[in-house]
Design a protein around this ligand. Structure first.
Ligand code: PRP
Ligand code: URA
Length: 208
């Protein structure tokens, strides 16, 4: 089962993000703010190493993040979550996977892949606001596994039950963190109630 954020500050932001009247500037801000909550919740078990630190009052032992991380936005809409991730993990690497759904079948069509080969036990954090059929996310996880990633986590804003089921069946080792689990997909494979086309709302390319 995915971890679904239940914090009232997240629910408030998800509601604003869903609103048809929310314009791209606010939409992008909300995507980033919710992403920060997702990152904090999903990364609570990151390994740390002890480091000495001298305060103005004395010496103590502190902690610093002790693992290597690659953030992987699925283009295009995943880019909307990247600023927030890099604010929280400024030392992380970034790799990108481009995927476009076929409008009739919803099959993902990969068009770009630029992700470094995994080094050791590196953690890959895949980011994409929408988990609809699950095709794009599952394809991304398969590509990352071929590159040697053994630890993958998926951060998402709105998930459909169909997409969650596909990830759980095909990639049960990938934990999913989402800000909302919605009702279903419609006949065009859009999430209901969802928020419409995330990429268009982030990049201001809505045609109607
Ligand atoms: C959207 C979204 C996901 C995908 C989810 O991308 O950002 O990547 O659909 O759907 P799925 O779970 O059925 O695969 P889209 O293909 O519309 O491209 P875009 O991000 O460039 O707008
Ligand atoms: N992609 C989106 O942007 N929205 C959906 O509802 C489904 C896929």
């Amino acid at each position: 089962m995915p971890t679904i954020l239940t914090h009232p500050l997240v629910k408030h932001r998800v509601t604003l993000m869903r609103d048809i009247n929310t314009k791209p500037k606010l939409f992008r801000e909300l995507v980033n703010e919710i992403t920060e909550f997702l990152a904090i919740e999903s990364l609570r078990n990151l390994k740390t190493v002890d480091v000495p630190v001298t305060t103005p009052v004395g010496d103590t032992v502190g902690a610093k993040i002790g693992e290597s991380i690659v953030i992987v936005p699925i283009l295009r809409a995943g880019l909307g979550m990247l600023d927030a991730m890099l604010r929280i993990l400024p030392y992380a690497k970034v790799g990108v996977l481009g995927m476009q759904r076929n409008e009739e079948t919803a099959e993902p069509i990969p068009y770009c892949a630029k992700v470094p080969q995994a080094k050791g036990d590196e953690l890959a954090i895949v980011i994409d606001p929408m988990l609809a059929t699950g095709g794009s996310a599952c394809d991304a996880f398969s590509q990352l596994k071929k590159l040697g990633y053994r630890r993958i986590v998926f951060l998402n804003l709105v998930a459909a039950p169909e997409g969650i089921a596909k990830v759980e069946k095909e990639h049960p080792d990938v934990p999913v963190f989402t800000a909302a689990k919605d009702e279903r997909l419609n006949s065009s494979f859009y999430i209901v109630p969802g928020l419409g086309d995330a990429g268009d709302r982030i990049f201001g390319t809505l045609t109607s």
